[in-house]
Design a protein. Structure first.
Lengths: 106, 168
C-alpha cells in the first residue's frame, strides 16, 4: 500500500473522519476523552486510532502517564496538492479558455 | 492548559541533509516562505529571520512597514542532526508579535531504510493568533500561507525531487 492508499483508506470510514473532526476541534486528547464522544467500545476506538496513526493522520505523544492524540494535517495537505489543486486548476483553465473563445466570437 | 500543534512528514533523505535544509540559511531560503533563517546552533544561541525582497515589495505596495527581523528567538537545544528546540516569535503581524515567544521543536528520526520521519511540534499555549497562522489555509498563496504543513510538504519536495512545489 502506498502512503496515499493508507490516507484514503483511513478517510473512507465515517467514525475515523469523526475522530479527526474531534481532534481538529481540540487537539491532544486521550483515548478516554475520545471514546466518550463515540457510540463504540474502547477497543473499537483504539483500532480506528491505530489506522489513523498508520496513515500518519494522527500522531501520539506521551505526557506523563497519558498518551495524547494529535491531528497531523500534513497528509491531507499533500492529498490536496496532489489531487485537488490539479483538478481545480484544470477547471479554471477551461473557464478561461471558454471566456476567450466567447469573446473572440463576439 | 497547554495547546500543541503537531505536523509530521516522511522524507526520503538522510538526517544530515534534512538538518542542513532546516538550519542552514542557504537551504532554508529555498522552500516554504523562502525567508532565510539564521541559527546559532548551541544552547542560548540566537535565531532570526529576515524578510525577502518579495515580502518587502508586498509591504510597501500595501503601505505598511516590515519589521527587521521578521522572526526572532533563541536556540534552546541543538543536537545535530536529530533535535532542534527553539523559542519562536513572529514579528510580521502585530497580533502574533504581541503574543510573544512560543516553543518550536524539530525532530528527525529514522523510519524505514533511507526514510526519515520529521516532526514539528509547536507549543502555541496562550498564542491563538500564532496557532491560526501556523495551522495554515488550504490556499498556500493566500495571506498567512499554508503554515507548517505546507512548509514540510515543500521541504519534502525539494529534498526528494530538487524542486519546490511552485516549480513542479
Amino acid at each position: 500500500m502506498t502512503d496515499d492508499d493508507r490516507v484514503f483508506k483511513a478517510l473512507a470510514d465515517p467514525s475515523r473522519r469523526f475522530l479527526l473532526d474531534l481532534l481538529f476541534a481540540r487537539d491532544g486528547r486521550t483515548l478516554t476523552e475520545l471514546e466518550s464522544e463515540l457510540e463504540m467500545t474502547r477497543f473499537g476506538v483504539a483500532k480506528h486510532l491505530r489506522v489513523l496513526e498508520e496513515a500518519g493522520l494522527v500522531v501520539t505523544r506521551r505526557s506523563g502517564r497519558e498518551k495524547l492524540h494529535f491531528l497531523n494535517p500534513v497528509p491531507i495537505r499533500q492529498i490536496h496538492d496532489r489531487w485537488i489543486d490539479k483538478y481545480t486548476e484544470h477547471q479554471i483553465t477551461t473557464l478561461i479558455d471558454l471566456k476567450r473563445t466567447l469573446e473572440e466570437e463576439s | 492548559m497547554t495547546e500543541t500543534k503537531v505536523f509530521r512528514i516522511w522524507i526520503k533523505s538522510t538526517p544530515e541533509k534534512i538538518w542542513q535544509a532546516i538550519t542552514d540559511p542557504e537551504w532554508n531560503a529555498k522552500y516554504g516562505y523562502a525567508a532565510p533563517q539564521y541559527f546559532e546552533l548551541k544552547k542560548g544561541g540566537k535565531y532570526h529571520s529576515t524578510a525577502t525582497q518579495g515580502m518587502k515589495d508586498y509591504a510597501s505596495a500595501n503601505g505598511f512597514e516590515l519589521p527587521d527581523p521578521i522572526l526572532d528567538g533563541e536556540v534552546l537545544e541543538a543536537e545535530a542532526p536529530r533535535r532542534l528546540v527553539q523559542s519562536w516569535r513572529m514579528l510580521m503581524d502585530p497580533n502574533t508579535a504581541a503574543e510573544g515567544f512560543t516553543t518550536l521543536t524539530y525532530e528527525i528520526e529514522d523510519s524505514a531504510p533511507g526514510v526519515c520521519r520529521v516532526t514539528i511540534t509547536h507549543d502555541v499555549t496562550n498564542a491563538p493568533a500564532v496557532a491560526t497562522m501556523v495551522s495554515g489555509t488550504t490556499d498556500a498563496a493566500a495571506e498567512g500561507g499554508g503554515g507548517w504543513a505546507w512548509v514540510l510538504s515543500d521541504l519534502k519536495s525539494l529534498l526528494e525531487t530538487g524542486k519546490i512545489l511552485a516549480d513542479a
